[in-house]
Design a binder for this molecule. Structure first.
Ligand code: NDP
Ligand code: BG6
Length: 510
C-alpha cells in the first residue's frame, strides 16, 4: 500500500538499524536526529537497536557520546533526557573495513547476540551512508555474509537503504543494480533521495492531482517554460574530498533536480500505488531528448565559484577550499535546458539549475504560463503585462504563490503583478518532520513510494553521463567562473535569453 494512500502505517517489528559510515556528516546532521525524533514520537518499535559501522574502531561509549553531541547540535527538537537514557544502552559501534568479509561475519554475530537478548528475531535496516565508492563492497558483503537474505516468517527480515548519488555514471549505476538484483529482492531495496521526503515535494502530487484547475493548463498549450532551481548559499565546507569527485551534476541534478522534474512533468498515475507513480516518472524521464553539448546550441552550462560575498560574509573561491586540488575542473554549478518529447510537453523548455555559493538558498519549481494575446492589454508600455507564474517553494518558506496581473488602484488603468500566496507555516504551523524521519519510517514499513527504482536512476544517468564525459574531455574549457554570492555564470542567463526567457527565482516580481 502506498505511503500517500496509507498515512497511518502500523509500527514495525523489533528492529536493528545498522549505519555504514556512522562517523560521517550525514549521520551526525540528519540520520541520528531523524532516528531520535522518531523515537521521541514513539514511531519506532519498543525494541530498537542502533549499530554504527566504520573503518576506525570506536568504543560504544564514544559513539554514544558522538551521537548525543550531534543531537544537541542538529536535532529539530530538544531530546528528552529520559528517552535518551532509555535509548543509549541500545547503541553499539562495530569497527571494520567495508570490503572485509570477516567484519560482516562479526557484525552478524553482534546482530545474533541482540536477537538472543530479545529472545526473538528482528528486522535489520542496513543504511549505507558512505561515499558511493564503497557502496559496491558493502552490498556484496551483505550478500555474501547472508545478512541480505535474512528471513522473518515468510518475508525478508533485511532491508537496505542506499544513499545518493547512486553510482557515478551510467555504467556504475548498472553495476550496482546488477549486484542488487543478485543479492536482494527489489522489495528490500530503498534508493534514497531525501528531496522526495520533503513535505512540499510530496504535496506537489496533491496540488497537481487533487485540484482540477491545474490539469487543463499543465501542458504545451498554456505553459511557456518550467524552471527548477535548487540553489545553496553554502560552499563545499568539509566535504571537499567527496565533492570534487562529484560536482553539481552528480551531487544535485542527477537525483534531486531530476526527481522534481519527473514529478512536475509526469502523467497522472492510475493509482497511488508506488509502482504506478514510479512508472509514470520513468515514462517522463524516458521522453527527454538527449542534450546538445557543443557550440552555439549547447543546452548545458557549468561554472565554478570564485571568491565573493555571501550574506555579507567573505567566501573563499572553490579552488582554495580544503581538499580541492589546484587543477580541479569540477563544476559547483550546472544549468541545463531539457526538452521532453511527448504530447504534453513538446516545445516547452524545462530549465534546471543547481549550484553552491549562490545568492540565496532556494528550492523552487516555477511554471511560467504563456502571455494572453496583447489585444486589450499588452500593446501599451503602461500595462507591463507579466506572464502568470505558479511558484512552488520547496524550501525555505515552503508554500505556493500564484502571480496574476491586477489593476493598481486609481483612475488610470495600470497593471501590476500581484501574488496569491499560501505558506505552510502560516497555515499549518512549524515543526514538520524532517525528510529523513519520513523516509526512515517508510523504509522500516517497507513502503517504497518515496524511493527511487533502479531503472529511474539508470535513465537519469543515461541522460547525464554524456555531459560528464564531454566535460571531462574539455577540462576547464567552457567552465565559467562566477563570484560567490551571485546567481551563477552569465552563460546560464544566456541559455534562457536565447529562448526569450529569464530565471524567475532570485528576480523580484513584487
Ligand atoms: P562523509 O564523507 O562524511 O563519509 C561518511 C563516512 O564514510 C565517513 O565518516 C567514513 O567513515 C566513511 N568514508 C569516508 N570516505 C571514505 C572512503 N573513501 N572509503 C571508505 N569509507 C569512507 O559522507 P557524508 O556523511 O556526508 O555522506 C554519506 C552519503 O550520504 C554520501 O553518499 C552522500 O552523497 C550522501 N548524502 C550526504 C548528505 C550530507 O549533507 N552530508 C546529504 C544527502 C546525501 P569511517 O572512516 O568511520 O569508515
Ligand atoms: C545533498 C548534497 O544531497 O543535498 C549536498 O549532497 C547538499 O551537497 C544537500 O548540500 C542539500 O540538501 P537540502 O535538504 O539542504 O536542500
Amino acid at each position: 500500500m502506498s505511503h500517500l494512500a496509507n498515512q497511518e502505517s502500523a509500527s514495525p517489528p523489533a528492529t536493528i538499524i545498522v549505519i555504514f559510515g556512522a562517523s560521517g556528516d550525514l549521520t551526525a546532521r540528519k540520520l541520528a536526529p531523524a532516528i531520535f525524533n522518531l523515537s521521541q514520537d514513539q514511531l519506532l518499535p519498543e525494541n530498537c537497536f542502533l549499530i554504527g559501522v566504520g573503518r576506525s574502531p570506536m568504543q560504544d561509549n564514544e559513539f554514544r557520546k558522538y551521537l548525543k553531541d550531534s543531537l544537541d547540535q542538529y536535532s529539530r527538537r530538544k531530546i528528552d533526557e529520559e528517552n535518551w537514557q532509555k535509548l543509549e544502552s541500545n547503541i553499539f559501534f562495530h569497527g571494520g573495513a567495508y570490503d572485509d568479509p570477516n567484519s560482516f561475519n562479526q557484525l552478524e554475530e553482534l546482530i545474533l547476540g541482540l536477537e538472543k537478548k530479545l529472545q526473538n528475531s528482528a528486522q535489520c535496516l542496513f543504511y549505507i551512508s558512505t561515499p558511493p565508492s564503497v557502496f559496491e563492497p558493502i552490498l556484496e558483503n551483505l550478500g555474501e555474509s547472508g545478512l541480505a537474505k535474512r528471513h522473518h516468517g515468510s518475508g525478508f527480515a533485511s532491508k537496505v537503504v542506499i544513499e545518493k548519488p547512486f553510482g557515478k555514471d551510467l555504467e556504475s549505476a548498472r553495476k550496482l543494480n546488477n549486484i542488487i538484483n543478485q543479492r536482494f529482492d527489489e522489495s528490500q531495496v530503498f534508493r534514497i533521495d531525501h528531496y522526495l521526503g520533503k513535505e512540499t515535494v510530496q504535496s506537489l502530487l496533491v496540488q497537481r492531482f487533487a485540484n482540477s484547475i491545474f490539469e487543463p493548463v499543465w501542458n504545451r498549450n498554456y505553459v511557456s517554460c518550467v524552471q527548477i532551481t535548487v540553489s545553496e548559499e553554502i560552499g563545499v565546507g568539509k566535504r571537499g574530498g567527496y565533492y570534487d569527485k562529484s560536482g553539481a551534476l552528480r551531487d544535485m541534478i542527477q537525483n534531486h533536480v531530476m526527481q522534481l522534474l519527473a514529478l512536475t512533468a509526469m502523467e497522472p498515475p492510475s493509482s497511488l500505488n508506488p509502482e504506478s507513480i514510479r512508472d509514470e516518472k520513468v515514462k517522463a524521464l524516458k521522453a527527454i531528448k538527449p542534450l546538445s553539448l557543443k557550440g552555439q546550441n549547447s543546452e548545458v552550462v557549468r561554472g565554478v565559484y570564485t571568491e565573493g560575498l555571501v550574506g555579507g560574509e567573505k567566501a573563499t573561491g572553490y579552488l582554495n577550499e580544503d581538499g580541492i586540488p589546484e587543477d580541479s575542473f569540477t563544476e559547483t554549478y550546472a544549468a541545463l535546458c531539457l526538452n521532453i518529447e511527448n504530447w504534453r510537453w513538446k516545445g516547452v523548455p524545462f530549465y534546471m539549475r543547481s549550484g553552491k555559493r549562490l545568492a540565496g538558498k532556494a528550492s523552487e519549481i516555477a511554471v511560467q504560463f504563456k502571455r494572453p494575446p496583447g489585444i486589450l492589454f499588452g500593446q501599451d508600455e503602461r500595462f507591463s503585462l507579466a506572464p502568470n507564474l505558479l511558484v512552488i517553494r520547496i524550501q525555505p518558506n515552503e508554500g505556493v504563490t500564484l502571480y496574476l496581473n491586477s489593476k493598481t488602484p486609481g483612475l488610470e488603468t495600470k497593471l501590476q503583478p500581484i501574488q496569491l500566496s499560501f505558506g505552510y507555516e502560516t497555515t499549518f504551523g512549524s515543526n514538520t518532520p524532517e525528510a529523513y524521519e519520513r523516509l526512515i519510517l517508510d523504509a522500516l514499513n517497507g513502503d517504497g513510494t518515496l524511493f527511487i527504482r533502479g531503472d529511474e536512476a539508470e535513465i537519469s544517468w543515461s541522460l547525464l553521463s554524456p555531459i560528464l564525459t564531454y566535460w571531462n574531455e574539455q577540462k576547464t574549457n567552457g567552465l565559467e567562473n562566477y563570484s560567490a554570492g551571485t546567481w551563477g555564470p552569465v552563460g546560464a542567463d544566456k541559455l534562457l535569453l536565447a529562448k526569450g526567457h529569464e530565471w524567475i527565482t532570485g528576480k523580484d516580481y513584487k
